[in-house]
Design a protein around this ligand. Structure first.
Ligand code: 5GP
Length: 184
């Protein structure tokens, strides 16, 4: 699982990882409206709040969380089907969701991605031009809390600093390969 604040580069890292490692990627459902850069069925399955709660009532989520006032959930069946076929599944989720998955699958690998520093994170959030100014401020405040919490938590197997994309991807590829060989 890749966890980390908004704007830290999780999606870019995920895309690179799925290209280099044999990993399945699941599309989360969210009540967050579509934003520039979102591609239906690729980034998110955008649903209404009612639909999200219908799916939740039917126990269709492996985990779910409320993040920045919107709901996000990993659909259970695609992920479990992949695991049944002994394929590793990459989840790009928030801390609350990651802890729920960790509880159900203690053997899951949890990697927290850190920005090099706070000003760089703020610049990345601003430069991607996707969120409004209040959204950016909310995400930045949440990020500082999340980073603080992650650093003080023992839940994460690894913390990787994304100061250089190639280096961060290389580090994670090494971590996943090591985990696979220790499991074999
Ligand atoms: P964004 O709106 O920027 O795409 O995502 C906001 C946050 O929600 C990010 O931290 C992202 O990792 C998290 N997120 C995306 N999908 C899921 C999910 O299925 N479950 C959980 N718990 N968090 C998610």
């Amino acid at each position: 699982m890749l966890v980390g604040p908004s704007g830290v580069g999780k999606s870019t890292i995920s895309r690179r990882l799925t290209g280099q490692l044999s990993l399945s990627y699941t599309v989360s459902a969210t009540t967050r409206p579509k934003k520039p850069g979102d591609e239906t069925g690729k980034t998110y399955d955008h649903v209404s709040r009612d639909e999200f709660f219908r799916r939740l009532d039917r126990d269709e989520f492996l985990e779910y969380a409320q993040v920045y006032g919107k709901y996000y959930g990993t659909p259970k069946h695609p992920a479990l089907d992949q695991l049944a076929e002994r394929r590793d599944v990459l989840l790009e989720i928030d801390v609350q969701g990651a802890l729920q998955v960790r509880y159900q699958y203690p053997q899951a690998l949890l990697i927290f991605i850190l920005p090099p520093d706070e000003p760089t994170l703020l610049r990345r959030l601003t430069d991607r031009g996707r969120d409004s100014a209040p959204d950016i401020a909310q995400r930045f405040r949440a990020a500082t809390r999340e980073i603080h919490m992650a650093k003080g938590s023992r839940a994460f197997d690894h913390m990787v600093v994304n100061d250089n994309l190639d280096r961060a991807v290389e580090e994670i590829v090494g971590i996943v390969r090591q985990k696979r060989s220790s499991r074999a």
